[in-house]
Design a protein around this ligand. Structure first.
Ligand code: PHE
Length: 458
């Protein structure tokens, strides 16, 4: 009935193409860089448990909703929301949800590309044999030397933004499908190699216990918010990236089963990364809460002391940069698709413009690790990078996700979502609808309210 809703930017060639692209968006620095360090900072097991709960009860249902809205709207998030609001007969103000996502995407891009730049820098270090025989102290020195040099960070940041702009300007589907197809499995294999190394480090059990033995005494309210925010960040939810990818999805594809595949892949990569990193942390007497440098200060030790480490190390950081690349592309896509649709600019110019905005904002993150790291440049004890990360991941994405859930659950007609999901009035559909109407929105709201101290349970 809606076959006429063709998308002006083209369509994925198959269900697998979409799965690969969406997994490419989901799996990135969030899994390998961020998940381990925030797990370390927030005490381990209890945090991981809350994070997994958020993935299941909030992330997965909202991902279904977001893909569904994208496919039904068949446009960039801003226009899709305007169109759907019109179709469902509700206020056009819902398009603000699209705007919210465009802003969040560019803000995230600004710091994301700086960290991705670290991964690029580490490719060179790995290939040059810098990791050979490395111990904890040298690993720390190598990392500190990199982040304390704004010029080097700027060079890598620039390179990464340019890489992203190039791919986005050529259209998302073209190169992405083929690249992700081999990259994901290889990344998975290297993580397994690393977990194998960690198993022999003598401290595997300590790592395992840290990650999976919950001790709720070590989890603060703040930690709960961070776990929830990360469930959005890691699945690329709440800002339109998955919505815009969904808009290129064929109507014959099952949104539900596709979502399960993506969420499972994303979660396993994060858990494997943790399993590789924490045993090394304990074997070398490092603090698990070392912060954003954690991955870069631990894995080089493993590579430096395993056979074939130069090869595996180089490959690993190439793939990490690659995984970041396929994610940053999706951060830009909502803005770019909107510029192309509404302002008649070419994809190339739209991508270049978005890239430049992200690049300039990225300077704030670069300086957060060196010239602006001190007290005078902080707000509430947070650097520019901390603030950007906090505001986007813990506030903007969950709020965007909340609005998506409310729209899909309450403002969209039951018949519309049932038609779009294509599984009839099944138990699965009814279960999803219940969760998206009651469970996810209530949980998100509770976490927010707890935080502002309006509601206290103790
Ligand atoms: N999901 C990506 C990661 O985990 C980051 C991302 C967030 C990408 C939001 C797109 C949108 O690295």
């Amino acid at each position: 009935m809606q076959e006429h809703r063709e998308h002006i930017h083209g369509q994925w060639s198959s269900r697998w193409a979409f799965i690969l692209a969406a997994t490419g968006s989901a799996v990135g620095l969030g899994n390998i860089w961020k998940f381990p360090y925030i797990t370390g900072e927030n005490g381990g097991g209890a945090f991981v448990l809350v994070y997994l709960g958020c993935i299941a009860l909030i992330g997965v249902p909202i991902m279904v909703a977001e893909i569904m809205l994208g496919r039904r709207g068949r446009r960039s998030p801003i226009n899709a929301m305007r169109f759907l609001a019109h179709e469902e007969g509700v206020a056009p103000a819902w398009q603000a949800l699209g705007w919210w996502g465009v802003v969040a995407g560019v803000l995230i891009l600004s710091f994301y590309s700086v960290i991705a730049g670290w991964a690029l820098a580490y490719v060179v270090r790995a290939a040059g044999g810098v990791f050979n025989g490395m111990d904890g102290t040298t690993a720390q020195t190598v990392f500190t030397e990199l982040v304390q040099d704004p010029e080097r960070l700027l060079a890598w940041h620039t390179m990464f933004v340019v890489m992203t702009v190039v791919v986005v300007s050529r259209g998302v589907a073209a190169g992405l499908e083929k690249a992700v197809r081999w990259m994901m499995p290889v990344l998975f294999l290297i993580l397994l190699v690393l977990v194998g190394y960690a198993m022999n480090s003598g401290h595997f059990m300590a790592g395992l216990r840290f990650m999976f033995a919950p001790d709720f005494g070590r989890l603060s309210l703040q930690g709960v918010l961070i776990a929830m925010g990360h469930s959005f960040f890691t699945l690329s939810l709440g800002m339109g990236a998955i919505m815009v990818y969904g808009s290129y999805l064929s109507r014959r594809t099952s949104i539900m089963s596709t979502t399960f595949v993506i969420a499972a892949a994303d979660t396993s990569v994060a858990l494997l990364a943790g399993l590789a990193i924490f045993p090394i942390v304990f074997a070398n007497g490092m603090p698990p809460g070392a912060g954003p440098g954690l991955v870069f200060q631990t894995l080089p030790i493993a590579f430096g002391n395993m056979p074939g480490g130069t090869f595996f190390g180089t490959l690993f950081f190439v793939l990490l940069a690659f995984a970041a690349w396929t994610s940053s592309i999706s951060l830009m896509e909502p803005a770019v698709a909107w510029l192309v649709e509404n302002h008649n600019v070419s994809r190339v110019n739209a991508a270049a413009f978005t890239g430049i905005v992200g690049w300039v904002l990225g300077l704030g993150t670069i300086f957060s690790f060196n010239v602006w790291s001190g007290e005078p440049y902080q707000l509430f004890g947070k650097t520019v990078f901390d603030l950007l990360d906090y505001a986007t991941t813990n506030v903007m994405l969950p709020l965007g996700g909340l609005l998506i859930a409310v729209f899909a659950g309450w403002f969209m007609r039951r018949s519309s979502s049932m038609e779009e999901l294509g599984i009839g009035d099944s138990r699965l559909y009814r279960g999803w609808r219940f969760v998206i109407r009651y469970v996810s929105p209530v949980l998100i709201t509770l976490v927010f309210l707890q935080l502002v101290g309006i509601l206290r349970f103790n």
